[in-house]
Unconditional design. Structure first.
Length: 603
């Protein structure tokens, strides 16, 4: 047998074979060492990482509590809404994905990027970061159809608030919208994309309405698609709330105020419960839950009729002749008037070089306290104002609840204004002049009050002098805030005068007469601007809207165990009797005659 190699020069070098074997052995050792490092030394760490990649946890949104009226009629509920979120851990092309989201939703790319930038620090990489909070069904279908091409995008289903009556109750309920940076900082329970109450009861009762979020564990594949899921903690719905509001009465009030700017309050004087709370014009609170565009917000906030303004508690007006009830009570309390004593009203009063005129040009003749209230004689109260002075009137008015908020469970309530000498000195750098006592006595000048403050005061006149906190929640116990400093006999005298204002032949609220019902009232006309001679000569219909007087009607009615206070204020309504009177009369027709849902009158 011949040799494999014919010469030694044809044989492979031994050093080369050894080098090759050494390299193979070294490579094997490197692989073995790496294998040991990954599988043994770091085995537990990577096992946990693999598990986390396979299993994820996310939030389950809790539905907000339902809202019903006093008769169980639904006012606010929840419905499914769809949002678009991005899971950064699954996203392969962030810039391209954000650009696609912009194209799908119609939002500016810069706005999408800004949302992403602000939220990324607060959202974990494996949790959806909400980029578009409100998707249409068409958008949802398009996103789902293209989900495989854009890994990381996810449609998130969560509850959205819906207000069944819309504008009718927006100033009571308020609305919810996406929480901002300040709310996220202040409340650790909130996360980016959560909705919170912004106005009304939604704001005040946020913690009760919100509920508790749940947790869900999901198994996902390499592309982030959900394969299996398991509920770890189910969400807990927020608390359901029943209001003191009667929906039928609220609807009537809204209808009566259509095309007007003003407010209507209906209150139970014995427990402070609010049966109707109407501010007009109003706005649709559903538009906030779905997201207002900048254009829509600008139109709403710049509307000259100010629909966002809650006129029941946030608008304050001169009370006009309604304030004469306060001045009369003040005079009785200070023993500075005899109810039977008369003053002569020639139609004017002179003070120095100034002439203060009564609304009735020819005057009322001889009038006592009751006559002056019934016929709303200005001259009587001019003289009473001069006797009492600003110090006594202001002190009593504050004890009667004016110049302070009522404490109702709604945000941004205004306190109004009861002027004092000190207030004027600080505000204008001037002393209080004697003539200002006359204007103060008839509810003009600097005095400002809200319709709800007037309603609380009227309630105190007929419930024995108790100042009650207005209540919006059904079943809440009466909460007494103070007591009018006046005797029962004096309260009865004022109440009798209010009844005579309706039943008497010269009363200014005769249109409220109702068979079988005791009705008492006080009309008020609040001057907006100083009237020129030219405006005084105009007929009511010819006076420019912005120069017309505000119209007040403050009233109560009772039959058996049914007792109500109804206050109506119409901006630029001209006269209390004709401007606000028909609205109050229609409300009493409903309260005493109608039988909503077959349950009888509202109680």
């Amino acid at each position: 047998m011949s040799s494999l190699y014919e010469s030694k020069s044809q044989q492979p070098p031994k050093t080369g074979l050894l080098l090759l074997q050494g390299l193979i052995l070294l490579l094997f050792c490197v692989f073995a060492l790496r294998f040991w490092f990954l599988q043994i030394h770091k085995g537990a760490y990577f096992a946990e990482q693999a598990k986390n990649n396979q299993l994820r946890q996310d939030r389950l949104y809790a539905p907000r509590g339902l809202i019903r009226d006093r008769n169980g009629k639904l006012l606010a509920l929840n419905e499914p809404a769809y949002a678009l979120g991005i899971v950064r851990e699954d996203c392969k092309d962030l810039d391209g994905t954000l650009k696609t989201v912009s194209e799908w939703t119609g939002e500016n790319l810069s706005d999408i990027k800004e949302i992403f930038k602000k939220s990324r620090k607060r959202v974990k990489p494996f949790e959806p970061l909400i980029l578009a909070p409100n998707l249409t069904f068409k958008q949802v279908a398009m996103i789902e159809a293209n989900a495989l091409h854009w890994p990381g995008l996810e449609v998130v289903v969560r509850p959205r608030r819906r207000y069944l009556q819309g504008p009718l109750l927006s100033h009571v309920l308020g609305y919810v919208s996406e929480c901002g940076e300040g709310e996220l900082e202040a409340d650790s329970d909130l996360a980016v994309g959560d909705f919170v109450g912004k106005q009304g009861l939604e704001d005040i009762l946020e913690k009760r309405f919100r509920g508790v979020k749940g947790r869900r564990q999901c198994e996902v594949d390499a592309t982030g698609r959900r394969l299996k899921e398991r509920i770890l903690n189910p969400p807990v719905a927020g608390e359901d709330i029943d209001l003191s509001i009667d929906l039928g009465l609220q609807e009537l009030g809204g209808k009566l105020l259509e095309g007007k700017a003003g407010a209507v309050v209906v209150m139970n004087p014995d427990n402070g419960q609010i049966l109707a709370f109407v501010s007009a014009p109003s706005y649709d609170n559903n538009s906030f839950t779905s997201g207002l565009s900048k254009k829509e917000w600008a139109e709403l906030s710049n509307d000259p009729m100010h629909p966002l303004q809650n006129r029941v508690i946030q608008s304050v007006y001169p009370p006009g002749s309604v304030f004469k009830l306060v001045v009369a009570a003040c005079g009785l309390h200070n023993n500075m008037i005899n109810p039977s004593e008369t003053f002569y009203c020639p139609g004017y009063v002179k003070l120095g070089k100034y002439t203060f005129r009564c609304w009735k040009r020819g005057g009322h003749g001889e009038v006592n306290l009751k006559d002056a209230l019934v016929e709303s004689c200005d001259v009587y109260f001019y003289k009473l104002g001069m006797k009492l002075g600003v110090d006594r009137i202001s002190d009593f008015a504050k004890k009667a609840g004016f110049g302070n908020t009522t404490g109702i469970s709604l945000p941004h309530e205004k306190s109004g204004l009861v002027p004092t000498r000190e207030w004027k000195r600080k505000r204008f750098g001037d002393i209080w002049h004697p003539g200002e006592n006359l204007n103060l006595a008839i509810g003009q000048g600097y005095t400002l009050t809200s319709p709800l403050q007037v309603a609380r005061f009227i309630a105190s006149l007929i419930n024995g002098g108790k100042l009650l906190r207005p209540q919006l929640l059904a079943g809440e116990p009466a909460e007494e805030q103070g007591q009018l400093p006046i005797l029962k006999s004096q309260l009865d005298l004022i109440k009798e005068a209010m009844v005579e204002t309706v039943d008497g032949p010269h009363g200014t609220a005769r249109r409220l007469r109702k068979q079988g019902v005791i009705v008492g009232a006080k009309t008020g006309t609040a001057q907006v601007v100083k009237l020129t001679d030219e405006i005084k000569k105009m007929k009511d219909k010819d006076i420019p809207y912005k120069y017309r007087d505000h119209a007040w009607m403050a009233s109560f009615a009772e039959r058996g165990d049914q007792r109500y206070v109804v206050v109506c204020m119409i901006e630029h309504g001209l006269h209390g009797g004709s401007g606000a009177g028909p609205i109050v009369g229609a409300i009493y027709d409903y309260l005493f005659d109608k039988k909503p849902d077959g349950k009888g009158a509202v109680k």
